[in-house]
Design a protein around this ligand. Structure first.
Ligand SMILES: Nc1ncnc2c1ncn2[C@@H]1O[C@H](COP(=O)(O)OP(=O)(O)OP(=O)(O)O)[C@@H](O)[C@H]1O
Ligand SMILES: [Mg+2]
Length: 282
């Protein structure tokens, strides 16, 4: 783990690119869908985003983006292509690097290869503001290295007790390696807002009390079967249905991560400024 910690220190706190990893304890909770839709939403907000499919060897972000590519990270590992040459263009100007599917070299990377790969990614010389890394599920050493190389991690959970418990195990493992690593929690596939609220406050509270770890609650994404339909069509929901509840929920989350005021807040500020100038009441 020292190598991963060194990577973070190497990056320095003052590096301007934010590297946001998306992780979960349990699989299938929505990491890849969230990574893709967050990236597209941030891009619409004017942020230059690169998605890295860091579920090495089991990658499927390209399928979700509807991108057909042979060029994955294995070309970089073999020295056949530079990291810049394997970048693809997706929707809304989002850039993307494929983690490869069923590629043995990527599945069986050794620690040095992984460190070199992560170091290249986080130091990438491209005009980008945010890197989103879709990590695999679980607490393996590879996943820990990916998470600790990022500047912050979004832990995704659903309301299922198994998913919440696994998310807690993940947080515990991260804290063990680096107690200062910034963490957010996001509740996905929620049936009711109150359920999401309970998951978040409960989770934040338990992590605070038992691990002494402050976690930032990011909000919720409701259960929406259209997300699955959009994956089948290979068009992310934020592209195919930008006004859907899911797209709006993702925008709230993107703005929270980027620390941007919501549209309502900013228009409130604007109308107050205008009314002051015009001498009317807001
Ligand atoms: N908010 C949601 N409502 C309904 N279905 C959802 C939602 N989010 C994701 N899904 C569905 O859940 C399934 C798993 O999603 P996804 O592949 O994004 O999860 P993952 O965490 O990346 O999985 P893995 O751990 O296998 O990488 C997909 O069928 C997706 O359509
Ligand atoms: Mg996934």
């Amino acid at each position: 783990m020292d190598q991963a910690t060194n990577l973070r220190e190497l990056m320095g706190k003052n590096r301007e690119i934010r590297v946001i990893s998306v992780a979960s304890g349990k699989g299938g909770v929505g990491k890849s869908s969230i990574s893709v839709n967050l990236a597209i939403t941030m891009s619409k907000l004017g942020i230059r985003v690169l998605i890295i499919d860091a579920d090495f060897g089991l990658a499927n972000v390209d399928v979700m983006l509807g991108i057909t590519t042979r060029l994955d990270l294995s070309y970089f590992l073999r020295g056949e292509k530079t990291i810049h040459e394997i970048i693809q263009q997706g929707h809304e100007g989002v850039r993307f690097i494929s983690g490869g599917s069923g590629v043995n070299e990527l599945i069986n990377m050794n620690e040095d290869q992984l460190s070199e790969l992560l170091s290249t990614i986080i130091h990438i010389d491209e005009p980008i503001d945010v890197i989103i890394m879709d990590a695999g599920a679980g607490v393996s050493n590879t996943i820990m290295q990916v998470l600790l190389a990022s500047t912050e991690t979004i832990v995704v959970t659903t309301g299922e007790p198994t998913s919440v418990l696994d998310a807690y195990a993940l947080v515990k493992t991260i804290v063990k390696h680096d107690a200062t690593h910034p963490l957010h929690v996001l509740a996905n596939k929620c049936d009711k807002a109150i359920e999401a609220q309970n998951i978040q406050t409960g989770f934040v509270d338990v992590c605070g009390r038992h691990l002494g770890k402050n976690i930032n609650p990011l909000g919720l994404i409701s259960y929406n079967h259209n997300i699955t339909a959009s994956i089948k069509r290979q068009i992310p929901i934020t592209v195919s249905d930008p006004h859907s509840l899911t797209s709006r929920e993702i925008e709230v989350i993107a703005r929270a991560i980027l620390d941007m005021p919501s549209e309502r807040e900013s228009s409130g500020i604007l109308s107050r400024v205008f009314s002051r100038v015009l001498g009317t009441k807001a």
